[in-house]
Design a binder for this molecule. Sequence first.
Ligand SMILES: Nc1ncnc2c1ncn2[C@@H]1O[C@H](COP(=O)(O)OP(=O)(O)O)[C@@H](O)[C@H]1O
Ligand SMILES: Cc1ncc(C[n+]2csc(CCOP(=O)(O)OP(=O)(O)O)c2C)c(N)n1
Ligand SMILES: [Mg+2]
Length: 366
Amino acid sequence: MSDSPVFTPVSEVGEFGLIARLQEVLGDAARSESLTTPIGDDAAVSDLGGGRSQVITTDLFVEGVHFDRTFAPLRALGWKCVAASVSDVCAMNATPTLVTVALGLPNNLSVEGAEALYTGIAQACERYGCTVAGGDISASARLVVSVTVLGEAETERIVTRAGAAPGEVLCVTGDLGASAAGLELLLRGKEQTLASGAPPEAAETSGDGSPTISLTPDAAPIDLGQFPTPLERHLMPQARLDRVRLWREVGFQPTSLIDVSDGVASEAHHLSIQSTVGVVVEAGLLPVHIQTMQAAEALAKRAETWALYGGEDYELMFTAPQEALEVLPKDSYAVVGNIVEPEEGVALRMPDGTVIPMEADGFKHF
Ligand SMILES: Nc1ncnc2c1ncn2[C@@H]1O[C@H](COP(=O)(O)OP(=O)(O)O)[C@@H](O)[C@H]1O
Ligand SMILES: Cc1ncc(C[n+]2csc(CCOP(=O)(O)OP(=O)(O)O)c2C)c(N)n1
Ligand SMILES: [Mg+2]
């Protein structure tokens, strides 16, 4: 046997494989009596006693991976970093309370740039009713923003990824794929601007000042002004705290819950594994905004692919027995599939009735 050190590229095990390996290294350091939901859900849950629980979640946003400063305004970025972590708190059916923000600042970010970032952070905190309690700053080669959000809920209201049961329905809030549509539009716009050799501020406009893009030099330019919803959903998404509040008001409790940060396909796999169930998603039932459809047509892409694999929608995906949905306003959710026996795996039923296995594809970090 060779005694040379083992070097396993992270790409060999992937993001989730690495988390599992690190969890093993942590061993008892990742377990405690009060930690009722450990690593592996949208947020960790610890029992505070007295019928209340605390949740905690961290997300990291890295320039070039999660955002591109050539098209993401810093104020929008600040908002999005908070909204994404608040979304993980909502995905436990909890309410956000405190926030900390850690920054890695490159030397091409000005004081005014940092202030713009914090204007967005402040606006999101105001919207979601949470308070910035601190953070940290370091020099960095690229802009990095890490947001930790603490939340609270009555212990009996906490919902994990693990409670789905065969016979229940699979639902989502809002619509899907708009963020991926927005990203695609922004990337094509950037490509077009670079190809034209013009600085970004010299990009063509459609007459009313909104930027236009064209896919090939001869193609008619696409007017980004026609797609405000996908652009906004990508740049400044909303966490669905409104739904968590609604559910509380009407006394609805999902059996399992996850937020759609990586796309419906990836989240369906998480529910499947953690609830030990099969999941059938109905392709024909995926709710898609009209502007997402129109963007797909304009860019010759499929909106359904964005809904399944795009991610960053930050909608909530949940399960419940059909009859439990009766207390909910009809326009507050859409049924998108069924929970079945685990042997059936995770599948996609096409509108023509054919059922195909659904891979856990989504954004791959490694
Ligand atoms: N570096 C890490 N160390 C410990 N736990 C981690 C690490 N990275 C991710 N996790 C945990 O792994 C789980 C899955 O992470 P992730 O997919 O990022 O969650 P989400 O998509 O909900 O933000 C979460 O419980 C998260 O806290
Ligand atoms: C410039 C740029 N390229 C690509 C993307 C798309 N993207 C980056 S990360 C990601 C998935 C979500 O990020 P992740 O770090 O996996 O979030 P988590 O699941 O931990 O909440 C997607 C779709 C983007 N937002 N910006
Ligand atoms: Mg999540």
